[in-house]
Design a protein around this ligand. Structure first.
Ligand code: ATP
Ligand code: MG
Length: 420
């Protein structure tokens, strides 16, 4: 036998028994996006490497070690997209969607990062993302967060997630804070973990979300970002929290929330759960007012988020919050060879008159008893057995689940729906 070929590690098939959960989540996403008047954008999965280097930042986990980068046959460096925001901005700039107007956009699709595969962390994973362009007030930050809150509530996850919020303030405020934090950490360098030592010079804010307990202990006495907030950012943040308060959305301030991508300013937020182990962030986002210009467009305010769909599906499974699988309504079979000839056209007639029914045809020629066993195994609620003789067709509708109920017989297929 030939050796079987397997999928790439960390890149998963989503099997037929899993797709109903995905379709359920996708259905809610689409319906909510429409209700909030966000429009879908579909983007390529491969982009020039430069796009991600320039947007996400050279000294980030993603660009340093997670990107799938390769040379195209003509020598161009290409990268499988590790996230959607930069791509969305590239597309918006390229097609003139962003200049001097507002846009509310969403996307959904696969992203690629070369990480160590584990529960909730894969090399091909899927994100749903929302991006709002051209609006700078805190009202749009609040709208985007309210969308995410409603989404998690509709999925039945509201009680299992917590909203964490912070402001990264202006670039100038952050630069001043970075200097202060660096100075503080330098004076305790010997106590820092290796990663954090390395980040001192390159990306010191990332030290704030170091996983090392020793580093975290040290940070208790570190300077606080909020002490460096500029007045405009402080007012913006307070505008946001007031709106969240009015809308009844609860949040916790997390001064150490900085996010792993360089383009954020002002608002950053994450929805976090404790029900998924280490991969607890199910949805994350923030404001990125500088990115459009950084990628060659005109200065444009922007805010958005991305949700990890695998983590949402995992959480729904863990909490048993998935709706029951759809059942099969009707299994159609011909009783003998003569009736078998008619079975497909009868099924077509049923689909014409009752498009809402799920109808499965029996396939293959077997004894009636075998066919009925198959019908039972299919999980169908009922079997429609077709008999053909000189007088024409005759139908028997059998209950497969509630067996104590008697079968019904009739001659006109149009009567079927009155017995269902
Ligand atoms: P993490 O800290 O878990 O690595 P991140 O900060 O790298 O997350 P983002 O780039 O903000 O993640 O992506 C948004 C969301 O996409 C995450 O909150 C998570 O739900 C999901 N996500 C990110 N990376 C992965 C992955 N490798 N596998 C599955 N989901 C992921
Ligand atoms: Mg990551």
């Amino acid at each position: 036998m030939a050796k079987t070929i397997q999928a790439i590690r960390g890149m998963n098939d989503i099997l037929p028994n899993q797709t109903p959960a995905w379709q359920y989540v996708e259905g809610i996403l689409r319906q909510l996006a429409a209700a909030y008047t966000y429009q879908e954008i579909r983007m390529p999965v491969v982009e020039s490497t430069e796009l991600f280097k320039r947007s996400i930042g050279e000294v980030t986990d993603i660009v340093e070690k997670e990107m799938y980068t390769f040379d195209d046959r003509n020598g161009d460096s290409l990268t499988l997209r590790p996230e959607g925001t930069a791509v969305c901005v590239r597309a918006g700039n390229e097609h003139g969607l962003l200049y001097n107007q507002t846009q509310r956009l969403w996307y959904m699709g696969p992203m690629f990062r070369h990480e160590r595969p584990q529960k909730g962390r894969y090399r091909q994973f899927h994100q749903f993302g929302l991006e709002a362009f051209g609006m700078e007030g805190p009202d749009i930050d609040a709208e985007v967060i309210l969308f995410s809150a409603r989404l998690l509530n509709e999925l039945g996850l509201g009680q299992h997630v917590e909203l964490q919020l912070n402001s990264l303030a202006s670039n100038e405020a952050r630069a001043a804070y970075r200097a202060a934090l660096r100075e503080f950490l330098r004076s305790h360098e010997e106590a820092l973990d290796e990663d954090s030592k390395r980040r001192l010079d390159t990306n010191v804010l990332r030290v704030l979300d170091s996983k090392s307990p020793q580093t975290q202990a040290l940070l208790v006495n570190a300077p606080k970002l909020s002490d460096y907030w500029d007045d405009a950012s402080r007012a913006h943040f307070s505008g946001l929290t007031q709106r969240l308060d009015h809308a009844g959305v609860r949040y916790v301030l997390n001064e150490r929330l900085v996010r792993g991508l360089d383009y954020y300013n002002r608002t950053v937020f994450e929805w976090v759960t404790t029900d998924l182990g280490a991969q607890g962030t199910v949805l994350a986002g923030g404001r990125y007012d500088g990115l459009v210009e950084q990628l060659g467009g005109k200065p444009t305010a922007a805010v958005g988020f991305a949700m990890g769909m695998e983590r949402i599906v995992l959480l729904l499974e863990a909490l048993e919050q998935l709706p029951a699988a759809a059942s099969l309504d009707l299994y159609v079979l011909g009783a003998d060879e003569q009736a078998e000839l008619m079975a497909l056209s009868v099924a077509e007639q049923i689909r014409d008159m009752a498009p809402w029914l799920s109808v499965q045809n029996h396939s293959g020629s077997q004894a009636l008893k075998k066919k009925l066993q198959k019908a039972d195994k299919s999980g169908a609620e009922r079997a429609l057995v077709i008999f053909a003789d000189e007088q024409g067709l005759r139908f028997e509708l059998k209950h497969l689940r509630e067996r104590e109920l008697a079968a019904v017989e009739f001659n006109d297929i149009n009567q079927l729906t009155s017995y269902l």
